[in-house]
Design a protein around this ligand. Sequence first.
Ligand SMILES: [Zn+2]
Length: 422
Amino acid sequence: MRYSTFFPKARKQEFKEDLSTNAILLTKGGFIDQLMAGSYTLLPLGFRVVENIKNIIREELNAEGAQELLMPLLHPREIWDQTGRWSDPEVQKIMYQFKDVHRREYGLSFTHEEIVMNLLSKFVKSYKDLPVAVYHFSTKFRNEPRAKSGILRTREFFMKDLYSAHATEADMADYYNKIKDAYIRVFKRIGFPEVKVVEAAGGVFTDKKSHEFQIVSDVGEDEILFCDRKDKCECKFAQNKEIYKGLPDNKCPGCSDGCLIKSARAIEVGNIFPLGTKYSEAQKVFYTDEGGEQKPIWFASYGIGPTRVIGALVEVFHDERGIIWPKSVAPFQVYLISLDGKSINTEAQKVYETLNENNIEVLWDDRDTSAGEKFANADLLGFPYRLVVSEKSGDKIELKKREEGKEELLEASQVISKINEG
Ligand SMILES: [Zn+2]
């Protein structure tokens, strides 16, 4: 694509200092646009990042036998009454609930447990119909009293939610652990250097403990406590502060290696809940086992917020000049800059076509504007590679990686192999 016709361009205005880094950089770069507090449009650049994140999630979940579908966001009160969650004061704080002109009551979805259970009741009759694992990517609504921190906490956001249904507790636990591992692979592929798997409370979902996937960052709203793993200790102890009960001398409760507990602020990017039979018993969704007996379905749910992941990525990967996207999710791999007028544009056109022929996604800054502005924009937008074609580069191409300082002059074929090798 050409930047001269791209919508929208980066913004030049300065932003209030008290805004979070992700909000400032994503807004300036033209990745998102705020409609009101806690509500953002994903502009074409932001949308491309979300699509890349979705594809990674999709590949890992499909590999575990999960199937993608799409469920409605507008829910009738009756289904939520089956579990009592419609009237739960904690749910009412966050769920948008309202009446239509016929005085029928509806809610906007912040999760889909009741709806999936309703769906299962129509198709699952026997143990032969289990297990089932289904997921969708859809908008979620939460009436956030303190929508802030850019796209980390919003009233309307994008979610991947997966639900799995099983005949036995053991089968549920087995699948739960598989998805826990799949999530670790997802966050690694997205580019995070480390994700902490943290035990936490189940909130409005379950009385059981859940697991959160946390990215350490000073702007995170959660405080997590984890084993400092001295020497060769492989202890995985990590808990959210809301459930942590410390030992004397700050010792780790998870190992006997004399490790201490460290604390850090963190951004929650995913969570998983072993729900058990709470939902199937409340909604009376049973299956017939091998002996002909009626049994409640074992159930678990699993969420990842792709838009929040984008916010976390920007908080972790940026410098004073802009964003530094990991290669796996960058909206484009290359920001191509052409300088010094018409003859150069013919050269740049050739480079642009070569990249496209090699399936390397490129945004060509072909505007009639200063070199300084183009370089600053390349840094702000943060694609992995910047290529420059100019009088100075002659018949070669200047390549610079976003996270590195040095430039090199290369032939077109060398540029292609360099980018493909990563
Ligand atoms: Zn430990």
